[in-house]
Write a protein that binds this ligand. Sequence first.
Ligand code: PLP
Length: 384
Amino acid sequence: MRYLDAAATTPVRREVLEAMWPYLTGEFGNPSSHHGLGDAAARALEGARADVAAALGARPAEIVWTSGGTEADNLAVKGLALARPRDRHVVTTRIEHPAVLEACDHLVRLHGFRVDLLDVDADGVVDLAQAERVIGPGTTLVSVMLANNEIGTVQPVAEVAALARRHGALVHTDAVQAVGSVVVDPQRLGVDALTVSGHKLGAPKGSGALWVRRGLALEPLVHGGGQERGRRSGTENVAAAVGLATALRLAVTTTPDGPRPSGPVAELAAARDAFVREVLAGADGAVLTGHPTERLPGHASFCFPGTSGEVVLLGLEQDHGIVCSSGSACAAGSDEPSEVLLALGVVPEVARTAVRFTAASPADFEGVAGAVVDAVRRVRALAG
Ligand code: PLP
């Protein structure tokens, strides 16, 4: 099997599993317990917190463990907005992950907030002029993702953050797809909260964290025993925290200039570019979706007009053993065209022909373009 769906999830890395193992077995203590086993768990948890903080160029006390990206996005959007509502005005983009969009919708329905959705251009880049117009002195929070999962476009988050800060609005960014692929440095971005998820990085599903700038009030979503300084109650998942920390230590190098991806990102981008060129040359009418250069290094997403994305996907798996995605994993299986592609101005018939290839290493792209061209031709031949 050739796995080109790394944006959906990744396998747990051996080093990660080995680091987690003791905390699932012999060192199984509850970090709140006052005995040796509890102390060992608490030490492991705080060591993991320090590692996650280091990978973000941050302080350990700024890390809140969560059950993944979805919870971290919810905690950022609702937790920051409810703790300091100002004029109950949230600004986000049309192409955010549902975890952000639905959390904003919750603020509208239950807490009287108003939400402005920023448009994006044909490459998926957020409209900065519109951001300048809608962000004002009463704006509570601005949430703009660092990189989009469906189209790979990397957003000018630092520019948005600078705009927002002029008006005293808080800024959150969902960096789930960006960590380990591009520079993720909350200080340089000028944001107040940043979401990380473990399973895109070789840690288990259900591991994640929210980085929140020191001193900011955060209304908790989960109430209980007051763990995580009252920001997220519940006995901490020590093994998941250790797994996330290990995966981040492997994916990110800390330098005097801040955190940097450790992997061969330039090589990955070069392999991706060669793959994109071959696919565009071989499959008539194929279009690359998302930004041609400001995009995640392992990310290639296309529309193949005259096909169905789901049928191309099926052909690639059955005939070539290549596994990829017809859009985002959450939208997969539904017949609705992707909201992200519609926001780019892609018409619904073409949006239904989307296929996404996401690789973790340059070798993943080798020999795949020919199979893609073949699969697209076969689907068109059947249709025509
Ligand atoms: N945000 C983005 C951009 C994502 O791609 C994902 C997962 O696909 C999430 C949030 C949700 O993360 P999790 O699966 O850890 O809940």
